[in-house]
Design a protein around this ligand. Structure first.
Ligand SMILES: Cc1cc2nc3c(=O)[nH]c(=O)nc-3n(C[C@H](O)[C@H](O)[C@H](O)COP(=O)(O)O)c2cc1C
Length: 329
């Protein structure tokens, strides 16, 4: 029987399948279900600074309906303008008390001060690790890529200096030099890189002539992008690699581990098939390991990374050119 025990950012895990930050963590019974299904750990949905600011604004508006009573009401809520993460923090504490498995909190802030403040507050809830969800769409034409990268490094360095729990950085795949960004984050002490976040892409309804913003689940095809980058980075940086996006089966997890992932994170598959499906994925991974004669994850992790594979060009452009030319009919 295959042994699925592993370690992620120094945290011992019962298995390499993690529940990605998502609505799964919005209900305690779902988190408990994930633990029973064999999740190695669960990432709690992000604390969004923007949401806190938005809630505070709405509260201000509803208080201001009372006209003169607004100033008086504000004195009861001295921190109102800056919002309050209390509700989220209490939720994380409640989740912490409900399960034994490692929990990772997730944070998406805007200002550097807020990144530090909320990172410290999340650490105090007793979580085992922190994931920095640096989700932004840099749409300002005046902002060069170098500035975006500098801000990212500042956030990671500042948070690392303030917390003692391990810190993962969840990245988008849209950096000009992904390998360089990964190496810089590694150098600045990131304990893991989560490759990749999946951006919500708005659609357009041509009949209504209106943009549509709706949550969509990933497909297994989307696994290829993180698979390539995990394969390229494995063995070249110290930080652990969590492959995220497009993991829909135990065989997908096997691919990720062969590429060099320390762990995989999954959300869409569990939201689509139900949380107990996680145990099906684990059984499939175990079955594959038995079939291929692997007793432990270390026996094959990174076996197909770029460093180890016979034809390293597979993961780079040379292969692309060859494929394009050979597909000419
Ligand atoms: C309903 C839903 C909620 C999500 N919430 C968060 C979140 O709060 N923070 C975060 O970093 N990612 C969030 N994600 C993104 C997932 O963590 C994950 O990166 C993405 O879904 C790709 O993985 P998948 O292909 O397994 O779904 C969310 C995804 C879904 C579907």
């Amino acid at each position: 029987m295959a042994d699925l025990n592993t370690t992620y950012m120094g945290i011992p895990l019962k298995g390499p399948l993690l529940v990605a930050a998502s609505s799964i963590s919005s209900m305690v019974d779902r988190v408990q279900m994930a633990e029973r299904a064999g999740a190695g750990a669960l990432v709690i949905r992000s604390l969004f600074e923007e949401q806190i600011l938005f809630d505070a604004m709405q509260m201000e508006e509803s208080l201001s309906v009372g006209g003169d009573s607004f100033a008086e009401a504000l004195s009861y809520f001295p921190d109102l303008q800056h919002g309050d993460a209390q509700e989220h923090l209490m939720w994380v504490e409640k989740t912490r008390a409900a399960v034994q498995m490692p929990l990772i909190a997730s944070l998406n802030a805007v200002g550097l001060g807020a990144w530090i403040k909320y990172a410290k507050q999340l650490q105090e809830t007793g979580v085992d690790g922190l994931e920095l969800n640096v989700y932004t769409v840099p749409a300002d034409p005046k902002t060069p890529g170098s500035e975006i990268e500098r801000t990212l490094y500042e956030i990671v360095e500042a948070v690392k200096a303030e917390v003692t729990i391990p810190v993962a950085v969840k990245l988008s795949p849209f950096y000009t030099s992904m390998a360089n960004v990964a190496a810089e984050l590694d150098r600045r002490g990131a304990d893991a890189l989560v490759l990749f976040n999946r951006f919500l892409q708005p659609d357009i309804d041509p009949q209504a002539e209106a943009p549509i913003s709706e949550m969509s689940f990933s497909s297994p095809d989307e696994l290829r992008l993180p698979l390539r980058w995990v394969a390229l980075l494995h063995g070249r940086i110290q930080a652990d690699l969590a492959l995220n996006t497009g993991v829909h089966s135990g065989l997908d997890a096997a691919k990720a581990l062969l590429a060099g992932a320390t762990v995989v994170q999954t959300a869409s598959a569990l939201l689509r098939h139900g949380i107990p499906y996680l145990s099906t994925m684990l059984r499939e991974l175990e079955g594959w390991m038995d079939e291929h004669g692997y007793a432990r994850l270390e026996d094959f992790r990174g076996k197909l990374s770029q460093k180890e594979v016979a034809d390293p060009a597979t993961f780079e452009r040379a292969q692309y050119v060859r494929l394009i030319l050979s597909s000419d009919q």
